[in-house]
Write a protein that binds this ligand. Structure first.
Ligand code: C5P
Length: 220
């Protein structure tokens, strides 16, 4: 039994990309490794929280963290929605695919000699963070914004539009920042404070900084 400032609190973290099927053997995904979400789950568990990590990634689970494996955005939405009521804080670190294939094929798709091209019809996925934001009662809601330009502006808009309490912005066009790396450099935006830019540091150090602020917001 661990004790810490989050003992007795329920924290749900999502991590990794989503996997959207094209047919039984092919899929659409993205470059998210899941490392940032796993680091946040670890930092929350270090504070004594009951942590559930909802993930598409198969990295080893941090000590004391319960994992739930999902593939598609819709599976992720279902897993998050199911656990939302009991949660004190939700951290959406997953890189959710904005689109999915409208009608995945039941059988492996074959090449068609008469038609050299292939067009896939995509439809929009639900925005999970925005859905949780629209339905939140007591939960502290944290989102991420990976951008390649105009970082703070886009992140500020997402904070408001998705009704989150905190938005973690990272510029994925910079070296050693974001996808796949063990280091990250983020700016933290909240509703009532000025944006705060943290130095480049390991993802676990970034995660502890984020969780320190989340802890302030959710502890008794
Ligand atoms: O709009 P954008 O994808 O940049 O927003 C990023 C934030 O929103 C992340 O926290 C991500 O987990 C979440 N998101 C989501 N559902 C989507 C797209 C993004 O929950 N369909």
């Amino acid at each position: 039994q661990r004790t810490g400032q989050l003992t007795g609190k329920q924290i749900i973290v999502s991590a990794g990309g989503t996997v959207e099927p094209i047919d039984p053997v092919r899929f659409i995904t993205n470059r998210s490794s899941g490392k940032m979400g796993y680091a946040i789950a670890q930092a929350a568990a270090e504070q004594g929280a009951n942590v559930t990590l909802v993930t598409s990634s198969d990295l080893p689970a941090p000590a004391g963290v319960q994992t739930v494996h999902i593939q598609s955005a819709r599976e992720l939405l279902a897993a998050m929605t199911e656990r939302f009521e009991a949660a004190n804080a939700v951290i959406m670190a997953a890189a959710v695919s904005d689109y999915r294939v409208a009608t995945p094929a039941d059988q492996k798709m074959k090449k068609d000699a008469a038609n050299p091209g292939l067009t896939l019809e995509l439809v929009e996925n639900p925005d999970i963070l925005a859905t949780l934001g629209a339905n939140k009662t007591h939960q502290y809601l944290v989102g991420f914004a990976a951008e390649t330009q105009d970082l703070i502006n886009y992140a500020q808009q997402k904070l408001t539009k998705k009704n989150a309490d905190m938005l973690i912005a990272n510029d994925v066009s910079k070296a050693e920042v974001g996808f796949g790396y063990d280091t990250n450099q983020v700016t933290i935006l909240t509703r009532d404070a000025q944006p705060e830019t943290l130095p480049l540091q390991t993802k676990i150090a970034v995660a502890r900084e984020i969780m320190r602020r989340v802890t302030e917001a959710v502890k008794d």
